[in-house]
Design a protein around this ligand. Structure first.
Ligand SMILES: Cc1cc2nc3c(=O)[nH]c(=O)nc-3n(C[C@H](O)[C@H](O)[C@H](O)COP(=O)(O)OP(=O)(O)OC[C@H]3O[C@@H](n4cnc5c(N)ncnc54)[C@H](O)[C@@H]3O)c2cc1C
Length: 459
């Protein structure tokens, strides 16, 4: 895979510790700070600070500038945003590799703006179909509404992207050794000078100037900052990726079928793959089921009297793509919820604002976070710790009004679509969906402008 030119530049001053844990990033083509920067790379003048866990064995603590915990969409997009500005980071991922299973994510135009800004939009576009519109049916097969996205908004762009390919594409644009696998964070501690000591499950210890928690919905970093566990919203989702080796037969549109306490849908992803989902009410998250044959059987049972084509897509779904996920979210109440950052530890993506997938915005917002934080941090780090603190505060002030309302809206849309009461469902299917819903307004939240991230830019 082609590397951006900045990845080929000179790497400065490899530190004397095991090379596998270090990546020192080139800043050759970027503005150099005139002062003896707090963040100056290649110089390690800082004394190890006082931390209860740093004792005699100072030598085994590895120093890093920016450590990103979690190699999912948020983590890799944040690393790539920083990299575009010439700022290196180390990504710690608990898994042995990038997530290989899983299905796809529908990305709207805000997601594509970010992917373009970090230089991977066109590479992904070439692999995934553009989805032209949406068809909504009731469980008995009656058409309730259909529309084309571009009729509502000429600039709208919708594609379902395989998560695995999205992750690989982001990771491939990072310099080698940027992502460290089998690196599970187990403990965090703040030191007196504001640096953060991270301990991994394998005993590795890292001292970081800045820590970015991109560790997803069950984020240990968020827990350490003081966030509560995300809350189960009362429904679960089955998902899978149907495979048609000789070509899938569907039109490029999102197909949604609404029932009572149950909805399902599918969307073509590529010429051979079709993503499907089923969302059903369930009083508790229930036990974790991993056996794909049981998952498929249960998914099909839910759709007993529904259109056959969905059952067929489930039948042609490879086992490793079928999942069941209890849906959760966490509302960022003003004055009640903790801040997105404490000291120089900050959250991005699901770690900060887990939201239900009803608007298809979780990953899109994680991508937005990544470029906003990347731009702010990149312009602040050469000016010292105070400007980094300011950048983290500004990141939160800019992102909170965006993600909090979306989290609530996604939750409310989910509740509306999961109604069970037959009278209420009839009003939804005969009045609200066909007559009242205005798509242009419904998709307004996908407006997000983002200029390309480039080295040397002033924010
Ligand atoms: C059913 C469903 C459908 C969805 N559909 C869409 C959609 O259509 N469009 C959309 O935009 N969004 C969608 N989403 C939301 C989207 O999946 C998430 O918002 C997105 O994955 C968030 O990315 P993230 O990087 O923040 O978290 P994650 O993708 O969860 O990544 C977190 C990473 O951190 C790692 N990690 C965790 N703990 C540690 C640790 N202690 N140490 C090291 N690493 C750690 C994990 O292994 C993982 O790789 C959907 C979600 C669900 C549940």
């Amino acid at each position: 895979m082609a590397m951006p030119s900045s990845a080929c530049l000179l790497y400065l001053n490899s530190p004397p510790s095991p090379p596998s844990l270090y990546h020192v990033h080139s800043r050759q083509s970027f503005p150099q700070s005139n002062n003896d920067s707090w963040f100056q790379l290649g110089r390690r003048t800082t004394k190890l600070p006082i931390c209860s866990s740093i004792s005699k064995a100072e030598a085994d603590v590895r120093k890093e500038n920016i450590v990103i915990v979690g190699g999912g969409i948020a983590g890799l997009a944040t690393a790539l945003s920083l990299h575009r500005f010439g700022v290196g980071s180390l990504v710690l991922e608990q898994g042995e590799s990038l997530r290989t299973g899983g299905t796809s994510l529908t990305l709207f135009k805000n997601g594509w703006r970010v992917l373009d800004a970090i230089g991977v939009g066109n590479e992904l576009r070439g692999q995934f179909l553009e989805i032209e519109g949406m068809l909504i049916k009731s469980g008995d097969g009656r058409e309730l509404r259909s529309f084309r996205f571009k009729d509502e908004d000429e600039s709208q762009e919708v594609r379902a992207v395989e998560r695995k390919i999205l992750l690989e594409t982001l990771a491939n644009r990072l310099p080698p050794e940027s992502v460290h696998f089998s690196s599970k964070l187990s403990k965090i501690e703040t030191c007196e000078n504001g640096e953060t000591l991270l301990q991994l499950v394998d005993g590795t210890r890292l001292l970081a100037k800045i820590v970015i928690g991109c560790d997803g919905v069950r984020s240990p970093v968020a827990k350490w900052i003081g966030f509560s566990k995300p809350k189960y919203v009362g429904h679960c989702a089955y998902r899978g990726l149907g495979y048609y080796p000789n070509g899938q037969p569907f039109e490029p549109r999102v197909n949604n079928i609404y029932g009572r306490g149950l909805r399902a849908g599918y969307v073509p992803v590529s010429p051979t793959k079709v993503y499907w989902f089923i969302c059903y009410n369930c009083p508790s998250p229930g036990p974790k089921i991993t056996d794909p044959s049981i998952l498929k059987k249960k998914a099909k049972e839910l759709l007993r009297n529904w259109p056959e084509e969905l059952l067929h897509i489930i039948d042609v779904t490879p086992d490793d793509t079928v999942t069941r996920t209890p849906l959760v979210d966490r509302w960022l109440w003003p004055a009640i919820s903790p801040s997105a950052s404490t000291g120089r530890v900050v959250l991005v993506g699901d770690a900060w604002h887990p939201m239900t997938p009803n608007l298809g915005q979780g990953a899109c917002c994680a991508l937005e976070d990544a470029v906003v934080l990347g731009r702010k941090l990149a312009s602040a780090i050469n000016s010292g710790p105070e400007s980094v603190d300011r950048a983290l505060r500004e990141y939160e002030s800019e992102r909170w009004p965006r993600v909090f309302p979306l989290t609530i809206r996604a939750n409310l849309v989910g509740s509306l679509l999961q109604w069970e009461n037959p009278v209420v469902c009839s009003v939804r299917d005969n009045i609200i969906i066909p007559r009242l819903v205005k798509l242009g307004t419904v998709l307004e939240h996908t407006n997000f402008e983002c200029e390309p991230l480039m080295a040397g830019e002033k924010s």
